[in-house]
Design a protein around this ligand. Structure first.
Ligand SMILES: O=C[C@H](O)[C@H](O)COP(=O)(O)O
Ligand SMILES: C=C(OP(=O)(O)O)C(=O)O
Length: 472
């Protein structure tokens, strides 16, 4: 049998055995597999599940459930991200800070997807390269927290850790971790993926339509009118394509991937599958998984688990990271130095990016490390407004992205993409933007379950501003 070049040529003996094992249809606990060594290490930010037997039953059920994404799809994303690593593409990652079970509706998924597609059209035109689209969707149900508890008046309860763990409502019953929620996370993720696949391939994702929506934004809002020129250029390009007889179907349908923080290792472990083509392990809960800033301990359980799966993966890097640590992540997580496998998502904060990023990029580049650089301009710019809402300033977000582009331009490296928290709705969670949202506006539609997201309009505005940076 000929083994295609991109596939590993050998099958490790332990995993080859797993390929041949008959499916286990009993309710016996799932046996430990090659990807389960994380269990011997410290796993940060895991819930204290009060009922271990329930957790075991739920994860055993998940281990027998169909995978949500396939290894082939994940490999395709790795190939697309390799193009980003080489400077031949740009990546747009975006979606909710925390997806919720009740928020998983057809309309909300459609609006988020539409926002991302609208942004992608603008960025594709400006960058003149393909834009790889990864939703923070279909799995973003678990949150790391700064503090394990939350106190209101004189009542202290466990902090909300995402719908996969407990409820947002501040009551003892709701805040108690419940492992049955992991099953709901799987179901909600499956439902979201189903919708995403339908929209992305069923003709709803039409380039011309996405542009027409952007023109609506430009025409109908004072914020949008600033971008009339760019929108006009895109319009002329599309007309030109049409006049040249480009098949209208060529502009329909997009390739869309799903990613989330691989935080809850019991869940990820249960959904890890052996790829029958190669005998290698893949997380099948999503195409792209990342390790968060709070769980990136090199000796910890998350790094160990991620080293054993073959998906494209990310590591969030905050301002305290050192260049040597970055090299150590590359060593542990991408020993073969394969382009597309590893993405560094930097989230330094607008005030630090220009100081911290250059040293990091320089050393990583000097060592020949193949990595995709992505900017998360959200997580280093959060603060509490006088109204008590957690918020971010649109200007800080923009400033961090500008810093990211400046640093890469100065070093001759590729600013590969952005990772943003956004929604398709006109929420009032981040300050500023062309609509000039003020602290006193925050309460009007503050709907996030955790961190503040860009509204639909702020997201489009960011895309237009990013387009200007890409063209510069
Ligand atoms: O989304 C990221 C984190 O979960 C979030 O920023 C943590 O927020 P906290 O500092 O309020 O716990
Ligand atoms: C928790 C997150 O980010 P970070 O790990 O960068 O704080 C997140 O992206 O949801």
């Amino acid at each position: 049998m000929t083994v295609p070049a991109e596939r590993p040529p050998t099958v490790p003996p332990t995993e080859a055995k797993a390929v041949m094992r008959e499916p286990d249809m009993t309710t016996a606990p799932v046996p430990r597999t090659a990807h389960s060594t994380w269990r011997d290490l410290t796993a940060a930010q895991q819930p204290r599940w009060p009922d271990p037997a329930l957790l075991a039953a739920v994860t055993a059920e998940l281990a027998r459930a169909p995978e949500l994404v396939s290894a082939e799809e994940s490999d395709r994303l790795t190939a697309r991200l390799a193009d980003v690593t080489h400077g031949r593409a740009f990546v747009l990652m975006g979606g909710d800070c925390a997806e919720t079970f009740t928020g998983t509706t057809t309309d909300s998924v459609r609006r988020k997807l539409r926002t991302l597609l609208q942004m992608a059209v603008i960025l594709t035109y400006a960058a003149q390269v393909p834009v790889v689209k990864v939703g923070r969707m279909a799995g973003q149900y678990a949150k790391p927290r700064s503090r394990p508890t939350e106190t209101r008046d004189d009542v202290t309860l466990p902090a909300y850790r995402g719908d996969a763990v407990n409820g947002l409502e501040f009551s003892p019953a709701s805040r108690t971790p419940d492992a049955r929620r992991l099953r709901r996370m799987y179901d909600s993720s499956a439902a979201t993926l189903n919708l995403v696949r339908a929209f992305a391939t069923g003709g709803s994702a039409d380039l011309r339509e996405a542009h027409a929506w952007n023109q609506g934004f430009v025409r109908d809002s004072p914020a949008g009118r600033r971008y009339e020129d760019l929108a006009g250029e895109i319009d002329r390009s599309l007309r030109f394509m049409k006049a040249c007889g480009v098949d209208p179907h060529a502009t329909r349908g997009v390739e869309f991937f799903a990613g989330h923080e691989g935080l809850l290792l019991d869940y990820e472990d249960a959904l890890t599958r052996t790829d029958p083509r190669t005998g290698l392990s893949y997380a099948t809960s999503g195409h792209f998984l990342w390790i968060g800033e709070r769980t990136r301990d090199l000796d910890g359980a998350h790094v160990d688990y991620f080293a054993r799966i073959r998906n494209p993966i990310g590591v969030k890097l905050g301002p305290s990271v050192t260049a040597d640590e970055a090299l150590a992540y590359a060593d542990r997580l991408n020993p073969g130095n394969s382009p597309g496998r590893l993405t560094f998502v930097t989230r330094m904060g607008a005030s630090r990016i220009r100081d911290v990023l250059p040293g990091l990029v320089e050393k990583v580049t000097a060592n020949g490390v193949a990595v995709t650089w992505v900017c998360d301009p959200m997580h280093g710019n959060t603060f509490e407004a006088t109204s008590g809402h957690k918020t971010r300033r649109f200007d800080d977000i923009l400033d961090e992205v500008s810093g990211f582009f400046e640093v890469h331009r100065a070093l001759g490296t590729h600013a590969g993409g952005v990772h943003v928290e956004l929604t398709g709705d006109d929420v009032t969670e981040c300050l500023g933007g062309a609509d000039g949202l003020l602290v006193q506006d925050l309460h009007r539609r503050y709907e996030t379950a955790c961190d503040p997201r860009l509204s639909h309009r702020q997201s489009l505005e960011l895309a237009f501003l990013l387009a200007q940076m890409l063209r510069d």
